[in-house]
Design a protein around this ligand. Sequence first.
Ligand code: NAG
Ligand code: NAG
Ligand code: NAG
Ligand code: NAG
Ligand code: NAG
Ligand code: NAG
Ligand code: NAG
Ligand code: NAG
Length: 521
Amino acid sequence: MDYKFVLLLVYFGAVLVLSSAQHENIPYEDVKDICEKCVCLTAHDSDKRYHHLLSCTSNRFKHILARWPTEFGKNHDNVDIVATFSYNEIELLQQLPATDAQLTFSCRHCGIKDLQEPTFIDVPNIRRLDLSWNEITSEVLTPGVFRGPFQVTHYEPIELVDLDLSHNKLHQLDKKVFEHTPNLTKLNLSYNDLKVLNEPTVLALTSVTGLQELDLSHTAIKSVSMSIFKSLVSLRILNLAGNELTSVPDKLQLIGRSLISLNLAQNPIERFTEESFTGLTSLQNLNISYMPVLKTIGKDIFTRLENLRRLDCAYNPKLTEFDMESILHSSNLTDLDISHCALTTISLLVNVTDKSKTNISTLARPWAHLHTFEISGNPWYCNCSLMQTLEYIGAQQSNEETPARCDTPYFLAGNIIPNLSSKEICNLKISKKIVIEEDEPPKFLRKRYIILTLITAAVVVSIGVMLGFVIAGIRRRLKRNDFGIEPIRYTSVRSSNLSAFSNGNTNSIVVKENGAANANV
Ligand SMILES: *[C@@H]1O[C@H](CO)[C@@H](O)[C@H](O)[C@H]1NC(C)=O
Ligand SMILES: *[C@@H]1O[C@H](CO)[C@@H](O)[C@H](O)[C@H]1NC(C)=O
Ligand SMILES: *[C@@H]1O[C@H](CO)[C@@H](O)[C@H](O)[C@H]1NC(C)=O
Ligand SMILES: *[C@@H]1O[C@H](CO)[C@@H](O)[C@H](O)[C@H]1NC(C)=O
Ligand SMILES: *[C@@H]1O[C@H](CO)[C@@H](O)[C@H](O)[C@H]1NC(C)=O
Ligand SMILES: *[C@@H]1O[C@H](CO)[C@@H](O)[C@H](O)[C@H]1NC(C)=O
Ligand SMILES: *[C@@H]1O[C@H](CO)[C@@H](O)[C@H](O)[C@H]1NC(C)=O
Ligand SMILES: *[C@@H]1O[C@H](CO)[C@@H](O)[C@H](O)[C@H]1NC(C)=O
């Protein structure tokens, strides 16, 4: 009986040692005089709440500390600790030293490949965790990593609110990875090579029902399944930039009530449809910049975005058409950026018929709160309707260094648009001469000079021809009168001189005409 019991003890002991402490023999960094190696700061606010900062960046540490500095005191109730170990060489992130403080912990650029499970068991009040720029793989990121202390029947959750795992080597998530972090509201998975949101990953994401901010940018995904939007009904900020999406994800409107900010930049979306943004009634910020193949923004694309404040639609090199009427319903618009696209014109005011007589400054602005309006870097065709539209919209562009310039017509090319007034451009028919004279072609290419030259040439030629007839007549007469040899020499000299003169002139006309033709091309 006794030896069986001992055996059992030995067995469980072995199991315990083998399973729970696979990294027990690894030392921690020496804590003594740690505040000399690292930076320790302590402050307290008016409520006598203590804030401790421990910054051990760039120390070539191989491990974190086993205990918190004694300077931080013994009792960490009602205390904040911010600890950073970034830029060290910590391949294995060991269990964090115990504290009841509200903890913010970061270890960016640490080369972390492995996590000692359960990493945060002694820091149940950890709030923010930044493990970006490491080499954490899907295999290492198990649910056990986030497990809290064991209580009679279950593991307690940890308080984690904000988790940054960007720039790691995750391909997918374990479907239960967030089972111990019910309070997670902000998750950053950007710059992980996910490629697809497979079933376990979707299950993991949909389990975090309180999620408010999700960053899936630069994860090479091609689509986002609608079950994510079904579950994440509190999502406020969604970043899908830099992916392979060819259309706006379906059923985005399921989170339309909560979604405030949507980033779709750098995706190969060619066009939006009327359904793309329907139901996003709360949306305030929309980023559709850097889209390599986006061609047009049609009429009813943004019609329902009544709360839109900021629209970023810049650096879309193929965008040639933007219907401004599509955003007229967003009456609270404050920032509009359509710079660096391929737009030649935009128009509002299509109903104003007599454009040159309209006094734009008497019209009510389409967006009363518009603060910035960026239009530089587009090949603008500066005609009356463009200038009037810009004046009507009214906001100044903020970027003084690269002002918007006219691209065409040629006599306005390079002009800074804010320096031109619609009145000036709309009345251009009257003041055309003045505008042309500013940078006109060389004298001999100007129309009236060409005409003058032609007339001169014609006169000279006809005089020559007439003289020729006269001379021929004289010759014939001389021949008839049998006047001898003299006149023949006389005639040949005169006519050869004349023909040389007129030939030279016609040649020069040809050259000038060619020159004019080239200039017109
Ligand atoms: C989650 O947040 C709620 C309210 O903010 C809080 O009452 C609860 O204790 C938190 N849960 C954990 C595990 O910290
Ligand atoms: C997510 O991480 C990336 C890269 O580290 C960073 O640029 C981005 O701001 C983060 N997103 C959020 C919402 O914090
Ligand atoms: C829009 O997204 C692009 C690409 O991610 C980014 O560079 C730009 O800063 C974003 N614009 C705003 C206003 O956030
Ligand atoms: C515009 O903003 C004001 C104040 O923020 C708000 O009361 C109003 O409802 C908004 N208008 C629309 C159309 O959303
Ligand atoms: C122009 O007039 C048409 C028809 O009268 C109307 O439907 C349209 O909304 C008007 N556009 C603007 C910008 O007022
Ligand atoms: C346009 O209207 C404004 C304000 O009513 C006025 O000050 C300005 O002189 C008008 N301009 C023209 C050209 O009528
Ligand atoms: C101004 O130019 C645009 C683009 O070429 C053209 O569609 C529009 O009809 C022009 N408007 C006027 C009044 O010439
Ligand atoms: C454009 O106008 C600004 C001020 O309104 C002036 O400083 C600048 O010299 C002008 N530029 C040109 C090219 O006329």
